[in-house]
Design a protein around this ligand. Structure first.
Ligand code: MN
Length: 239
């Protein structure tokens, strides 16, 4: 009698499930998708030469592969094909419940918690792509380019203000307040859930304030959001 195959077999080892540590829990949070909001602080939009008029614009997004996730505290290689590798300090919303076409007034119900994140960017490639009307992928979807702190559970909590800061080798480079987000956290969840069926483990990097800049091999980055936590990264030798 022919033996039934009861387990799936693969040609090669499937990639590990991307996951991050959760404060106060032994279980890790599996990560589904990484969404990033573009230009969500006026002063950063201005420094990029693309000011935002909320009365006539909607938020826009890009994504990165979950495999780009790196835990806070890591040392990562300086990536290839760039001479302008930038930090962007961001507050990250962690989605904990599914939602589609969620009203702004209900958006908080999807929130599991928050984390501190770095949206690392090959700025030279991003701007070259932007100026030619091409996709941003090679500028943004960078191996080791999505840094995340531990997740801090705050179910249903909407963060409305709090200092956000980034230091390189101890010097302050970014300092703002998440109260200056152009699109608030409920507005982002409502809007993004109109484009995607949001799922537990989706992360929303909410955008960076002004002061973005380049790092070099050997630099140490530390970021924080008041009331959430801290994230750090050391940039190593080129890959
Ligand atoms: Mn960003």
């Amino acid at each position: 009698m022919k033996k039934l195959m009861t387990t799936t077999t693969y040609l090669w080892t499937p990639p590990a499930v991307p996951s991050v540590a959760v404060r106060g829990r032994v279980e890790r949070a599996p990560v589904n998708r990484l969404f990033f909001v573009g230009r969500n602080y006026h002063a950063h939009a201005a420094e990029m030469g693309r000011p935002v008029d909320k009365s006539v614009e909607s938020p826009f997004y890009f994504t990165k592969s979950p495999s780009t996730l790196v835990e806070s505290g890591a040392t990562v290689p300086y990536p290839p094909r760039t001479a302008n590798y930038h930090y962007e300090m961001e507050l990250v919303v962690v989605i904990g419940k599914p939602g589609f076409r969620v009203a702004e007034s209900q958006a908080r119900e999807l929130i599991h918690g928050y984390a501190c994140g770095l949206d690392m960017t090959r700025r030279d490639l991003q701007l070259a792509a932007r100026d030619k009307g091409r996709p941003w992928d090679t500028g943004k979807d960078i191996e080791y380019g999505s840094v995340l702190s531990e997740i801090v559970p705050m179910p249903g909590v909407v963060i409305e203000r709090g200092a956000i800061e980034l230091r390189v080798n101890g010097q302050v480079r970014q300092h703002s307040d998440v109260g200056k987000l152009i699109w608030s956290i409920p507005e982002l969840i409502a809007d993004l859930s109109g484009l995607y069926h949001l799922q537990p483990g989706d992360l929303i990097y909410t955008g960076t304030p002004e002061g973005v800049g380049a790092v070099q091999p050997g630099d140490h980055i530390e970021g924080s959001v008041a009331g959430v936590g801290e994230v750090s990264l050391t940039v190593g030798a080129p890959a």
